[in-house]
Design a protein around this ligand. Structure first.
Ligand SMILES: Cc1ncc(COP(=O)(O)O)c(C=O)c1O
Length: 379
């Protein structure tokens, strides 16, 4: 058996690429937001920074980014105009406010504070919003792991989401901005292709995985251990710059998927609760978030393995339970370990166990039982 780390689209979703029309981003807009579609979250972030910079006509931007962040987020930003200040996070992943307040100094340019809602759980948006108002920063919320805004998420000036990650899509990142802004949000103006190479490749791989799943073929056995370790199957869509358009096939897949949001939330919550009942009995590991608040849609089940998550990830992947780790940390953080002890320790301990909507009860039970079987070797 192979338990995939990302959701597998149903056959009807795959055919939606050719039948359904339009991007269908309405479910994300509500009354409060203008929504723009980009290839991925990092592209939506880069487009949003252009808006923020354009608003006051500045060229220099200082980003306040958590030290527990992946390089992917910063990949599409213009390096010559942007400098990053990596603020430390606390054990619960909230910003270390006393450090931030002590280190914040006046800056000649635009300052943007990035607050990440890790794994779908709301971070301290109220505190971030008060800090930014008091000191004149723009608050940008990173909702790459969030399915939609709700209580505690979306209180800042802008928010971005990465529906491709939670809904299992070839591409799709959203920028949410308040309506009636003085400056228009930069639009993707290039005409999209009907079907890009990225989407065609994605469709073929997902069809093959879905086919293996139906025939109970353990397809993880075809992947080398290197690929398994590199989480090859859930890499983000390739983008050279934020304005690369989303092809029409991907827009149609997003449209079909967006109609299923309530169901996805329900299934992910059910899987999270189911895994919690197994994890609570473990002595070698504990959940990072022991309770699942009402509106939360979990991205994964973050499990802290105190002795280091590497061997557990390895043995789960070998067993066909495709589990990921935090992909990487910025070089500046890795090179200054004494300034970023919590981020580095979380990187070493945190395992992301899948709870997505494609997993059924018996697969959740298999994950739980496998973790319990490790108790004998690891406890
Ligand atoms: C917290 C966080 N923010 C942003 C990103 C980048 O999002 P995307 O892959 O949609 O560009 C990632 C990528 O994994 C992430 O983990």
């Amino acid at each position: 058996m192979t338990i995939p780390s990302a959701p597998l689209p149903t056959i009807s979703r795959l055919f939606g690429a050719f039948i359904v029309k339009g991007p269908g981003t309405d479910v994300w807009s509500g009354a409060n937001w203008d929504v723009r579609l980009y290839r991925r979250g990092a592209a939506a972030f880069a487009a949003g920074l252009e808006v923020a910079g354009g608003r006051i006509g500045v060229q220099r931007v200082r980003l306040w980014v958590p030290d527990y962040v992946c390089e992917d987020l910063l990949e599409l930003l213009p390096g010559d105009l942007t400098e990053s200040c990596f603020y430390p996070v606390s054990q619960d992943l909230s910003p270390d406010w006393s450090w931030i307040k002590a280190h914040h100094e006046p800056f000649d340019g635009l300052e943007v504070f990035v607050l990440v809602h890790y794994f779908g759980f709301p971070n301290t948006a109220g505190k971030a919003s008060a800090f930014c108002r008091e000191r004149g920063l723009v608050l940008f919320e990173d909702g790459a792991h969030v399915i939609r805004v709700h209580q505690g998420i979306g209180e800042g000036d802008m928010t971005f989401l990465s529906p491709w990650k939670l809904l299992g899509l070839p591409m799709g990142g959203l920028l949410l901005t308040p309506p009636k802004r003085e400056l228009p949000v930069p639009e993707v103006t290039r005409v999209p292709q009907l079907l890009s190479f990225t989407t065609a490749h994605w469709l073929l791989v997902r069809m093959a995985q879905q086919f293996c799943r139906m025939l109970h073929i353990p397809w993880h056995a075809f992947l080398g251990s290197q690929t398994l370790r590199a989480r090859g199957e859930i890499r983000g869509p390739a983008t050279a710059c934020w304005s690369d358009p989303v092809d029409r096939a991907s827009q149609h897949i997003l449209n079909t998927a967006s109609r299923d949001l309530e169901n996805v939330i329900r299934l992910r919550r059910r899987n999270y609760e189911s895994l919690m009942s197994f994890v609570s009995e473990l002595s070698f590991a504990r959940p990072l978030f022991p309770t699942l608040g009402e509106e939360i849609c979990p991205y994964a089940f973050p499990l802290l393995v105190d002795a280091g998550c590497g061997p557990v990830a390895e043995s789960m992947n070998q067993h066909g339970i495709l589990t990921s780790r935090w992909p990487d940390l910025p070089t500046a953080v890795v090179e200054a370990p004494t300034e970023h002890p919590v981020a580095i320790s979380l990187y070493n301990k945190l395992l992301l166990i899948p709870v997505h909507q494609s997993l059924r009860d018996k697969e959740m039970e298999a994950i739980g039982r496998f973790l319990q079987s490790l108790e004998r070797t690891l406890a």
